[in-house]
Write a protein that binds this ligand. Structure first.
Ligand SMILES: Nc1ncnc2c1ncn2[C@@H]1O[C@H](COP(=O)(O)OP(=O)(O)OP(=O)(O)O)[C@@H](O)[C@H]1O
Ligand SMILES: [Mg+2]
Length: 251
């Protein structure tokens, strides 16, 4: 199966400090790839490279490439605006804008120049449907998004990302600020989304990685130690290091 995203020989430095070492990782289309590993191992750093979020960090330097549909996103001619449109991102802490539900979802499309109300209405509706929020929020479009529950806010952030019609969704610990019920709704949603999108998720929660992902990448101290099918990595890891982490010996 071909990769939607292929990380190749990626190294990254924050100033003098190296945070990623020669990482190679395939991220397959219509699958969920979970990135796991102890705190500080470089999970967020790696996922942030996939839409070049690290470009905004002063002193950050990258070597290697990330191939998206055959083209290196780090090549000179690469268009950052179109990259961000193709690669949506959801963060650890729900971060809705202090606007209505509608305006949150319509924000990106409006920024992209869509003004016609009927088109925006259709985007808002389909984004709510695709993020399984239509029933809960379909008739609360004028409500202030910051007054929703944490779980609803996070799903709204997913809907906001979907409104840009991305191909890839990056999620950095999207459930770590949520209660178990909201977490389970998001996990169910992630499984649904993987039918249409390429999803990469960072998680600290082993059970979550086992439940939602098709493939697992285990990182340690900036290196990718192991990558494989989720069941294989959890049941029969190739590396002693992975085994120790999974069995809770460290991390
Ligand atoms: N903006 C930054 N400037 C300098 N160093 C950074 C920056 N962001 C991360 N680092 C360093 O890079 C390394 C990897 O950090 P990263 O945030 O990617 O780890 P992580 O695996 O996501 O950890 P956690 O599980 O705690 O979120 C750490 O040593 C961290 O201190
Ligand atoms: Mg992190």
């Amino acid at each position: 199966m071909s990769s939607k995203v292929a990380v190749r020989g990626l190294s990254l430095w924050y100033g003098k400090k190296q945070a990623l070492y020669d990482v190679d990782l395939p991220v397959l289309d219509r699958k969920v790839t979970a990135i796991i590993g102890p705190s500080g191992c470089g999970k967020s750093t790696l996922i942030r490279c996939m839409n070049r979020m690290n470009d905004h960090i002063e002193g950050c330097r990258v070597k290697g490439s990330i191939i998206l549909d055959g083209e290196d996103i780090y090549s000179k001619g690469s268009d950052l605006v179109s990259l961000r449109r193709r690669v949506g991102m959801v963060f650890q802490k729900p971060n809705p804008f202090p606007f209505s539900v509608y305006d949150n979802i319509a924000y990106g499309p409006r920024m992209a120049g869509i003004r016609k109300r009927s088109i925006l209405d259709a985007i808002v509706k389909s984004s709510l449907e695709r993020s399984a929020l239509d029933e809960e929020l379909g008739d609360r479009l004028d409500e202030d998004a910051t007054e929703l529950s944490g779980g609803q806010q996070q799903r709204l952030c997913i809907a906001r990302a979907l409104a840009m019609d991305p191909e890839i969704l990056l999620m950095d610990e999207p459930c770590s600020a949520l209660d178990p019920i909201s977490t389970s709704k998001i996990e169910k949603l992630i499984r649904e989304l993987s039918k249409e999108y390429c999803v990469a998720i960072v998680t600290h929660n082993m059970e979550q990685a086992a439940r939602v992902s098709d493939h697992v990448a285990y990182m340690h101290l900036g290196k990718l130690i192991e990558y494989g099918r989720t069941a294989q990595v959890f049941k029969n890891p190739r590396s002693e290091n992975t085994r120790n982490y999974i069995s809770g010996k460290f991390g």
